[in-house]
Design a protein around this ligand. Sequence first.
Ligand code: NAD
Ligand code: MG
Length: 399
Amino acid sequence: MTASGMKPRVLTILGATGTIGVNTLDVVARHPDRFEVFALTGATQVERMLEQCRTHRPRFAVMSEPATAAVLRARIAEEKLPVTVLEGAAALIEVATAPEVDTLMAAIVGAAGLPATLAAAQAGKRILLANKETLVVSGQLFMDAIAASGAELLPIDSEHNAIFQALPRDFSGDFQQAGVKALWLTASGGPFRTLSAEAIAAATPAQAVAHPNWVMGRKISVDSASLMNKGLEVIEARWLFNARPEQIKVVVHPQSIVHSMVEYADGSVIAQMGTPDMRTPIAYALGFPERIDAGVSALELIGRQLTFETPDTARFPCLQLAFDALAAGGSAAAVLNAANEVAVARFLDGAVPFSAIAASIAHTLDTLAGGAADTLDELLEADRQARGVAGIYLDRVQG
Ligand code: NAD
Ligand code: MG
């Protein structure tokens, strides 16, 4: 209990050193009475983790890379901080499922976040889900685990958080009963929205990560440039809200003020708006069902124009590939996600052109179509095979 008599929520933050992690700790620090930090995790950024340990005094700091854990351990000992340093993937699961923890912020990037996030779902935690790749890879399995354990799932992705806010509080996943016609996901269109196909094909990593409205990690920034991010979000929405693919619409809205919308049977469209700042959805989920201060500047609408366009799947084929993978079912979304992770990493390394991202994903989906995926092992095997097929394709592109 704290001075105010409120029992604080005990948090583990997976991916604390990333963009979402840093924003989460910013909100947490504004409410010392409400939150207690149990564990923080990172991969390679020792200096940032050390700084976070000094400020937030978690019981545990996990580095998924053993070599960086050793460096952090030495620094923590030097400064005599009361923090235990753990390492490796098993430690991520340990701190995500520890009995002391009631809330997990899942903010690791990529399928690497899946095992610990799924374990927390099985353990019945309140999960604040930023790591959309978990739902893309293991949607059915993950939602089944949530239902079986009674875990609570709150979306952090700004679009899904907006839809969550615009749906009835007691929404059960039954569109008919709730009078919901469609979910409208807004997309900024990314940095290449107005470029020609030729200019997009020749784009550099520096251009791709320069997002017009949001500051994000490098991988999701490239996904935003290719519109794969919106494709992953379509799949994420399918699972979070039990939507059929045709009930999920995508609209390009370059100002990123309307974060998404729900269309109802009576013609009402309920939108959630705000300054583009991830601390809003993070604070909403951290405080749920209460609204708490997020440190976000007020939305200034006077003089602003809000515009909406149809996405162009000819210049941005990744969006269509995601819809195709969703329609194919089985392991296809896991294959799509893994191929994308490999291609984005190669692109960021400067090894392949931007156009190779969509091409390698299409090739990998064609090669590995139709696999079953009912268990975690089958999904991880599909992920492994897709990384292999995409890697060989990209080797050929690299020459
Ligand atoms: P980021 O690259 O800034 O941070 C990623 C975090 O994951 C870091 O803490 C890093 O140490 C950790 N990490 C990376 N690889 C790891 C591995 N193999 N094992 C364990 N930890 C590892 O990314 P981000 O922008 O914070 O995004 C995190 C997640 O949130 C992604 O799934 C992204 O799609 C989602 N998301 C981000 C935003 C945003 O605005 N940044 C918005 C919506 C959703
Ligand atoms: Mg989003």
